[in-house]
Write a protein that binds this ligand. Structure first.
Ligand code: UDP
Length: 238
């Protein structure tokens, strides 16, 4: 038996949206800035990351345009791997040690997803990036973030948002009375119909007592602060 490390361990969810599109597919400036924030926090906190792929493909959208849903979802998962590699590159430039683990076998590019090995990497101070989602169509990377957090024993799921800094009582873009919520229970969030992450991710966390912190990526420094444990955005817990 291995001794569990006493360090804080977090699962950071980064949506593909954050990686920016543009003519290159990804935005190196954005990823580089994010990577520097993560590398800074990795000096003291064990960090695993689930990356989305919405900047490339979303399976549901492609299937609405006539593609088979399963095939479209696999394209979505492959998109997350490209983001994972981009993030790995900039993390290493920022001085962090990293490993990418993919839920779809592609051994030239990434290790296979092996949860116990991922934990060993974390204990050695490596940032572990999980690509290819769950390897299963009809799942989202939000759900994968919840599942991976549970499986590797993370203390919390940190959901970094683009363009919003937490959970609001209503949609802040349309309702002037919308107010940011500092802390809410999963039960209350469900009852009030607040969309935090998708419902599968939400119920996995709720049923297994995994807390979730939803916060804004901006301004620069927020991602480091959230990883280190700052009280930013909204805490959702039981
Ligand atoms: N996807 C999937 N199974 C998974 C994770 C992702 O099929 O376990 C596909 C799905 O098509 C999804 C796409 O990959 O639309 C990109 O992931 P997601 O939409 O979660 O990315 P994000 O919105 O976070 O950028």
């Amino acid at each position: 038996e291995t001794k569990p490390s006493k360090k804080r361990r977090v699962l950071l969810k980064l949506s593909g949206e954050a990686f920016g599109a543009g003519s290159l597919g990804v935005n190196p400036d954005v990823i580089s800035a994010l990577a520097r924030e993560i590398a800074e926090a990795a000096k003291t906190v064990e960090i695993a990351i689930v990356v989305g792929g919405g900047n490339f493909f979303r399976g549901a959208e492609l299937s609405q345009r006539g593609m088979d849903r399963g095939r479209a979802d696999y394209m979505g998962m492959l998109g997350t791997v490209m983001n994972a590699l981009a993030l790995q590159d900039f993390l290493e430039q920022a001085g962090a040690e990293t490993r990418v683990q993919s839920a779809i076998a592609m051994t030239q590019v990434a290790e296979p997803y092996i949860p116990r090995r991922a934990e060993r990497h974390l204990e050695k101070g490596r940032v572990v990036i999980f690509g290819a989602g769950a390897g299963l169509p009809y799942f989202s990377t939000d759900t994968v973030a919840a599942q991976r957090a549970l499986e590797i024993g993370a203390d919390i799921v940190l959901v970094a948002k683009n363009g919003v800094d937490g959970v609001y009582s209503a949609d802040p873009r349309t309702d002037p009375d919308a107010r940011k919520i500092d802390h809410i229970t999963y039960q209350d969030a469900l009852q009030r119909g607040l969309k935090v992450v998708d419902s599968t991710a939400f119920s996995l966390c709720m049923d297994n007592g995994m807390p979730m912190q939803v916060f804004g990526m901006a301004p620069h420094g927020n991602v480091t602060a959230a990883i280190l444990g700052a009280d930013l955005g909204t805490l959702v817990s039981n």
